[in-house]
Design a protein around this ligand. Sequence first.
Ligand SMILES: [Zn+2]
Length: 227
Amino acid sequence: MNFINDIDNMKKCIVENTEYMKSFEGTGDTLRDELKKFNDEILEKRLAMGETLIRLKTKQKRLDQILEMAGNDSDTLQQFEKKYADLNASEAQKRSNIKLTSEYKEFKDELVGNVNASTAIGSNGNMEAEIMEIVETGDTACSMYDPWTKGLMLNPMRNIKCGHHYDRDSVMSVIKNNMSVRCPVVGCATKSYIQPNHLQADLTLQQKINDHKAEQEASLSSEDDED
Ligand SMILES: [Zn+2]
């Protein structure tokens, strides 16, 4: 996707430009000190530029994904239009805080380097960042449900490329005859096609699902006193 490459190049350009400007900073020399002040001042603007670029990139990825999903699920143009509109509407409701994504944090680290600048930005803990990343991918990263069948997974497999999960039977049947299937989770940033060697059984999630099922069964049997 050219657009995404362009965005990445622009981000890289901002980082390189910042590093270049910083290389002229110095101490003791009035003009160089002034240059440092100037660099510090525009750091905020550069961070804002990065934020905007990452937001655009995220949006592009989501639109690509939606387009593909709508395309896969539709037989007619009307179906496609409806599906696309629905997905788009549900996507529009999702808001993510770009500043809490790892991409932004990386960008910020690169810009700030080892210099302690503007700690006010993105000073939230890692926990929160992880939560936001999950929101950003459009679905809970450890959903207990298979993205294709929407059913509770029996044998959850983790895609090592993006961390999303699929039920083993479900994903295997989907990729068996099709080598070019991408992760179906809305907003998933990974562009690689799903391959069997990208899939790992997730025993932790499996345990979680088993616990969930046991809980449900327990509450059901206590409700109607059967079995
Ligand atoms: Zn994914």
